[in-house]
Design a protein around this ligand. Structure first.
Ligand SMILES: *Cc1c(COP(=O)(O)O)cnc(C)c1O
Length: 403
């Protein structure tokens, strides 16, 4: 094991040994507690990225530690061929809470979406004369496996890793006519995020989602909500579908469901319980450690009233950002709960993210002109105020405004 290298040494080794996939800041994270992270230099960061909308209970929460320690001492892994105790307990909790009948567990959001894609194609082959096409939305994000990349509507991914998985059609978001026009006898499902997260926090309208529900019912095709980012309290309701009042046939969860532990789920209704032996599975599906953590995390979201907190703090952040917008050039302040974004007057996102990092604040820029906030659901008003103070200072310095 490597012992206490200097940060420079860690970075040198990282640059030499870790396969390059993305440029990362010159910090090595070592420790986290609540709303804060510390790097190997002991520098403290106020975290409004929240592990990428993941660490909903904050960093190193007692609930995860206790669940992991006690489950690790009891059973780490039985084999996917058996049911296990925490799996049954968590399946019961999640189906009761969500209003769905059946759940399939996996480790990543992309896998949960792969499951939804497979389930839709299975339904198409059984009920829709072999229909296999899935319609998704431009600017949507569904993951990084080949099929979920193909489902994703990112323009700059269009020609990556050709040939793409076929059977995906992309239409503009919030455009019911475009969707209705795209549905054909080959369509088995429509899949979208109720709020496009990576696309820059763009919400669907309730009318649009209601019209999609009606369209799917008329055509007999599945409606899939990718709630990997919006689910489990993020928007101030337990699930986005409840906020919008439109229930899909399939809902995928990830990110916050494990509070930082790799875990995801696909939920569906009894009539779509149609996989046959061997159609779907995975070595780590329903892994006991993950099940124990998920059960603890979701239990804490309910017990601590974190949906209500997400709504309260989110409303506060929106109000304060509108105040900031009176003397700073930020606009299009949007979002709900603790998924919030605003636009900059130009493509300054990555520069401002770097300057906030320097100033001890972690925020995210999902698009070059957009900054996004997605803190842990446990965030308190004093931490929102601390974030706003740093953000205002950085923005003022950047846009050369007097303080
Ligand atoms: C993050 C995300 C995914 C992918 O999840 P992974 O765990 O990275 O595979 C899919 N859909 C949405 C909406 C997401 O935000």
């Amino acid at each position: 094991m490597m012992q206490d290298l200097t940060t420079t040494e860690y970075l040198k080794t990282a640059h030499q040994k870790v396969l390059f996939t993305s440029t990362r800041p010159g910090a090595v994270m070592e420790r986290g507690q609540g709303m804060y992270l510390w790097d190997t230099d002991g520098k403290q960061y106020l975290d409004f990225i929240g592990g990428w909308a993941v660490t909903c209970l904050g960093h190193s929460p007692a609930a995860i530690k206790e669940a992991l320690c006690s489950q690790a001492a009891t059973l780490v892994n039985a084999s996917p061929a058996f049911y296990n105790k925490p799996m049954v307990e968590f399946a019961k909790l999640l189906t009761d809470l969500s209003g769905f009948d059946r759940v399939f567990f996996a480790s990543t959001g992309a896998e949960a979406n792969e499951s939804a894609i497979k389930l839709s194609r299975k339904y198409g082959s059984l009920q829709l004369d072999g229909a296999y096409e899935i319609i998704t939305t431009v600017n949507g994000f569904h993951g990084r496996t080949l099929a979920t990349m193909s489902a994703t509507g990112k323009k700059n991914w269009k020609d990556l890793f050709a040939p793409k998985v076929s059977g995906f059609v992309h239409v503009p978001y919030n455009d019911i006519e475009a969707m209705a026009e795209a549905v054909s006898p080959k369509t088995c499902a429509i899949m979208l995020e109720p709020v496009q997260g990576e696309g820059g926090v763009h919400a669907a309208t309730s009318d649009y989602l209601k019209a999609l529900r009606k369209l799917c019912d008329e055509k007999g095709i599945l409606l899939i909500f990718d709630e990997i980012q919006t689910g489990l309290g993020r928007l101030g309701s337990m699930f986005a579908y409840q906020h919008f009042g439109v229930k899909p046939d399939v809902m995928t969860l990830g990110k916050g469901i494990g509070g930082g532990f790799p875990l995801s789920a696909m939920l569906t209704l009894e009539r779509f319980n149609i996989f046959e032996q061997g159609d779907q599975g995975g070595t780590y599906s329903s892994q006991p450690l993950a099940m124990a953590v998920g059960h603890a995390v979701v239990g804490e979201i309910v017990r601590q009233g974190l949906c209500e907190n997400a709504k309260t703090q989110g409303d506060y952040l929106l109000k304060k950002l509108h105040e900031l917008a009176m003397d700073l050039p930020i606009s299009n302040i949007r979002g709900m709960g603790l998924l919030i974004a605003f636009d900059l007057p130009g493509a300054h996102g990555s520069e401002l993210v770097a300057q906030c990092l320097e100033a001890g604040l972690l925020i995210n820029s999902p698009q070059p002109v957009t900054l996004r906030l997605m803190p842990a659901l446990i965030v308190r008003q004093e931490e929102c105020d601390a974030m706003l103070a740093i953000l205002a200072r950085v923005l003022k310095a950047y846009y050369h405004k007097a303080a």
